[in-house]
Write a protein that binds this ligand. Structure first.
Ligand SMILES: [Zn+2]
Length: 238
């Protein structure tokens, strides 16, 4: 345990996404762009399906929430958003950051279009997951070194982790109005908290229901659902 390196005091907030690059150079198709592979909405292989890592667990939970129609899935643009989830997940690298940070995305952005669905999203150059933050670290004894909660969820819990991933995903996808689902929150804890509330407003029900399903069941469901046609905003094609 590395609790000795944590500083004290309790914070009711967390920088879920410290987007440090304020000058995003590419927000249109004029610069960096590429295509995601046609397989981009299928479940990524897990290193050890019998024992998924914390990140793989959060990925499985996010995948399972996005794949079926729900207000949460529709907020992200339907199951086509799995393409963005897959790219983000593959990009994430572990690092050591301030204990308030869950995942940090930074650097230039690239616009990516799924060849399968036409679904478009952006990726930041870097996505780092904090080994010292609330994704992995729970609360120490008696609150002396409290890690921040993620919304109402204790740190280092299934719910906190999936909320963190869904929060990041909201920075990568545009809504119908053309704006990013979640505005950049950079180093601003208040804005980050507000973004987490936005996620929980649409996805809280799905997140709270996760305890009813095991990762094994999710894995089976995800694999069987991988061959389904992705659904998008408009159900008229189905
Ligand atoms: Zn954020």
């Amino acid at each position: 345990m590395k609790t000795g390196r944590w500083l004290s005091t309790a914070f009711g907030f967390v920088f879920l996404a410290s987007i440090t690059c304020l000058e995003q150079k590419v927000l249109s198709f004029s610069g960096n762009e590429r295509h995601a592979s046609p397989r981009s909405v299928e479940l990524l292989p897990l290193r050890n399906p019998a024992k998924p890592t914390e990140l793989e667990q959060a990925y499985l939970d996010s995948f399972s929430i996005l794949k079926y129609k729900s207000p949460c899935s529709e907020f992200y643009g339907g199951s086509s958003a799995i393409a963005a989830l897959n790219e983000l997940t593959q990009q994430i690298r572990p690092t050591h950051l301030d204990r308030l940070i869950g995942i940090r995305m930074s650097g230039e952005t690239t616009i990516i279009m799924s060849m399968l669905t036409g679904f478009t999203f952006r990726l930041f150059k870097k996505a780092e997951i904090n080994l010292d933050g609330p994704f992995y670290r729970g609360n120490a004894f008696f609150g002396l070194e409290r890690a921040p909660q993620i919304g109402p969820f204790e740190p280092n819990t299934r719910e906190a982790r999936v909320t963190t991933v869904l929060h990041e995903l909201g920075h990568l996808i545009r809504g119908r109005d053309g704006q990013w689902l979640l505005p950049n929150d950079g180093e601003n804890a208040g804005e980050s908290e507000a973004n987490t509330r936005r996620v929980l407003n649409v996805c809280g029900e799905e997140i709270r229901a996760l305890h009813n399903i095991s990762f094994e069941e999710e894995l089976l469901g995800a694999q069987s659902a991988a061959s389904l046609r992705p659904h998008a905003f408009n159900p008229s094609e189905e």
